[in-house]
Design a protein. Structure first.
Length: 156
C-alpha cells in the first residue's frame, strides 16, 4: 500500500539502512581525510632551508700560493645543527646575533653569542649548532681555503 502525503505536509522517506551507512561512511571518511591532510599538510609545502649562506667575498690570498679567502654571512634556523665535519683550510667565526655552540673533537664545547670569535684549525673535526629553539643564529664565516679542495668534508 502506498501512502499519500497529507495536504500541506512534506513526507520524509527514510533511507534504507545500507544508504544511511554509506552516507555516514562518506562523512567520516571526509572528516578523517581532512584531519589527515591538516596534520601532514605542512609536509606538502617545502620547508624553509635550515640555513642560508650569503657569499660576501672570494679572493686569492696574495703571496700565499693555492689559498683563497672566502667570507660568507650565515643565518641558521632555530635548532639547526651541522654534524661532524672538517675543512682543508682554516675557519674563523664571528657571531652577529643569537646563540650557538661549537664542539671540536678533544676540546670542551664552546658557547657562542653575539661578539664571540672562534677559530677552527685546518683538519680539525668539529660540529656546530644553533642552541635556540626560537631565534636565528647569525654569523660571519671567514675561510682560509685550499683552492681546489671541497669547502667541507662531512663525516657520518
Amino acid at each position: 500500500m502506498v501512502r499519500e502525503p497529507r495536504a500541506g505536509r512534506r513526507e520524509e522517506h527514510a533511507m534504507p539502512f545500507g544508504g544511511r551507512a554509506i552516507r555516514w561512511l562518506m562523512i567520516v571518511a571526509t572528516l578523517l581525510g581532512g584531519i589527515g591532510i591538516g596534520a601532514t599538510g605542512h609536509r606538502l609545502v617545502a620547508a624553509p632551508p635550515a640555513f642560508t649562506e650569503t657569499p660576501l667575498l672570494r679572493t686569492d690570498l696574495a703571496g700565499i700560493d693555492n689559498y683563497e679567502l672566502i667570507v660568507s654571512r650565515l643565518e641558521t634556523a632555530p635548532g639547526w645543527s651541522h654534524g661532524r665535519h672538517y675543512h682543508a683550510g682554516h675557519e674563523i667565526v664571528y657571531v652577529l646575533e643569537g646563540k650557538g655552540a661549537l664542539v671540536a673533537e678533544g676540546k670542551p664545547e664552546q658557547r657562542l653569542q653575539a661578539g664571540t670569535v672562534s677559530y677552527v684549525t685546518s683538519g680539525q673535526i668539529h660540529a656546530g649548532r644553533n642552541t635556540s629553539r626560537t631565534a636565528a643564529f647569525k654569523f660571519l664565516l671567514f675561510r682560509i681555503h685550499v683552492k681546489g679542495q671541497p669547502i667541507s668534508i662531512e663525516l657520518h
